[in-house]
Design a protein around this ligand. Structure first.
Ligand SMILES: [Fe+2]
Length: 288
């Protein structure tokens, strides 16, 4: 099996890992889960982190063919829309479950009938098992709903990009209490990932360095099956669901949930400017 070159980029503010995935036989590449910096207090965005990705692309002469979102993130804004403007050959893709997320959040943000809920803000919607090419590498889409209803993992050669379905083994799994999330669904999704070969390299979307260890991004399916504190050791579905739901009940809402979701259901584009030329994000009071 082909083995892509994977370069990780850590976003300290949100604990997000973004990746540049390169076909070793060519300069073809993909970007996974790029972050748009956002300061909530001042409502300023910045492309500093995305420029770090772009610098790497230019320094290595990469031909970015895809920008892949694992899901509509609730903790950070996506730089997908900005990056596709910088990389005209790149197509911005996400799992086709994004339509469900858009249908869930359109009424919450009162976006009106003119806000499309067909995923047309993206260039490509991946269904289960959809294949795509990055040069000579083959990518395959594995839906992993549970954290969100649109979550997709991408298997590219021997490298699996899990989104938030699996964290590092000592980090467990992501919460399942956002609208559209479901712990039992996440358990089933993870069991599908556990059917992959143990040697499959696993690249996670977040790491917060539990216990004070240095942040990390890469593990394997074998290590996850053996050691993951939420789903390893052959833990059964009922035990996982009880653990996950008990933990979710203790978690505060992510600081950037509201700006993130309303931006990311637009593929990372901010709302259109109003008559004064200013873009506004909404805070729906008392709805989440
Ligand atoms: Fe997430």
């Amino acid at each position: 099996m082909s083995s892509p070159q994977v370069t990780p980029f850590h976003h300290a503010g949100s604990g997000t890992w973004s990746y540049i995935v390169r076909d070793p036989a060519s300069n073809a590449a993909a970007i996974v889960d790029p972050v748009l910096d956002f300061d909530m207090a001042s409502a300023h965005t910045s492309t500093a982190s995305a420029l770090g990705l772009l610098d790497h692309v230019q320094a290595h002469g990469l031909d970015v063919q895809w920008i892949l979102e694992t899901h509509a993130h609730a903790d950070h804004l996506s730089a997908g829309d900005w990056l596709r403007g910088q990389l005209p050959r790149a197509r911005l893709a996400i799992g086709d479950g994004i339509r469900t997320v858009q249908k869930t959040f359109r009424p919450i943000f009162n976006l009106g009938a003119h806000f499309p809920v067909d995923g047309s803000q993206f260039d490509r919607l991946f269904a289960a098992d959809d294949r795509f090419a990055i040069g000579a590498l083959e990518g395959r889409t594995i839906p992993v709903p549970g954290h969100t209803s649109d979550s997709s993992a991408y298997l590219i050669g021997d490298a699996l990009f899990t989104g938030d379905s699996l964290f590092m083994p000592d980090g467990g799994t992501a919460r399942c209490d956002f609208p559209g999330g479901d712990a039992a669904t996440l358990y089933r999704s993870i069991q599908r990932l556990f059917e992959l070969p143990d040697a499959t390299r696993v690249f996670v979307c977040h790491d917060y360095g539990p216990g004070g260890r240095a942040v990390a991004c890469e593990t394997t399916i074998g290590a996850q099956k053996r050691d993951n504190i939420h789903v390893g050791h052959g833990i059964d579905a009922a035990t996982f669901v009880a653990l996950r739901e008990a933990r979710d009940a203790t978690l505060p809402m992510p600081a950037l949930l509201l700006p993130s979701v309303q931006t990311n259901i637009r593929a990372g584009a901010l709302p259109d400017p109003e008559s004064n030329g200013v873009r506004y994000l909404k805070l729906p009071i008392g709805t989440l």
